[in-house]
Design a protein. Structure first.
Length: 225
């Protein structure tokens, strides 16, 4: 079924205008991790019309993933996340380009040179730091993290902002599985997607600022970095 961008994106254009929609459609976004945060972020960015999406993950679906990873179902257990995610996103929006990368993130990895932004939806600090340090200068980098009912979002400009591993120096990885509920993952992913749209439009709200979200009592605070 063919439809014009004016029809597909009519409601959001009413909010942010045609110029921003055009910038979003011309953008290239890499989503690192298509799990709890990344699956929902990827879906929202696809629905918003991002021109090209790279999906990076080397994991397979397991039963504990299904409580929060919104692109997947029981029939996907044992399948590669990036492959399933690419299929589902293509069914949501066939007009965008989706490129799955079944890959582990490390400091030797090189990423495509056409990136407008990177979405850090990972769940461990070594991979996050490696992702930031292998992203080309001049790219928007939006970090999101969640543990229990506490989360954070931060936007950086690679090559200009303080590096991620300096901001979060001393952070250690929790032992065992990270607690997370369906609602917390969906809420933080929605907020992260909102910041990504703003960054692709050239007006991030959290550049060099950490938004700290406490969902136990719905409080937010902002820390400058």
């Amino acid at each position: 079924m063919n439809t014009s961008p004016a029809d597909r994106y009519a409601r959001q254009v009413l909010h942010w205008g045609e110029a921003m929609q055009h910038r979003i459609m011309q953008s290239t976004l890499l989503i690192a991790g298509v799990g709890g945060l990344g699956a929902t972020v990827a879906q929202l960015m696809a629905r918003g019309g991002v021109g090209k999406l790279y999906l990076v993950d080397d994991g397979e679906l397991d039963w504990p993933d299904l409580n929060r990873q919104t692109l997947y179902g029981e029939q996907d257990i044992g399948r590669k996340k990036v492959q399933v995610a690419a299929e589902r996103l293509a069914a949501i929006n066939s007009t965008i380009q989706i490129i799955p990368l079944d890959s582990r993130i490390n400091r030797q990895r090189e990423w495509p040179s056409d990136l407008t932004a990177v979405a850090d939806c990972l769940d461990n600090w070594p991979s996050r730091f490696a992702l930031y340090n292998t992203t080309s200068a001049g790219c928007w980098f939006v970090h999101g993290g969640l543990q229990g009912d506490q989360g954070q979002i931060l936007t950086l400009k690679t090559g200009t902002s303080q590096p991620l591993d300096e901001i979060f120096t001393g952070c250690t990885q929790p032992q065992g599985s990270i607690p997370v509920t369906p609602d917390a993952a969906a809420i933080l992913a929605g907020m992260m997607a909102g910041e990504l749209f703003q960054a692709l439009g050239g007006t991030p709200r959290l550049l060099d600022r950490i938004l700290v979200v406490g969902l136990e009592d719905f409080h937010c605070s902002i820390l400058n970095v």
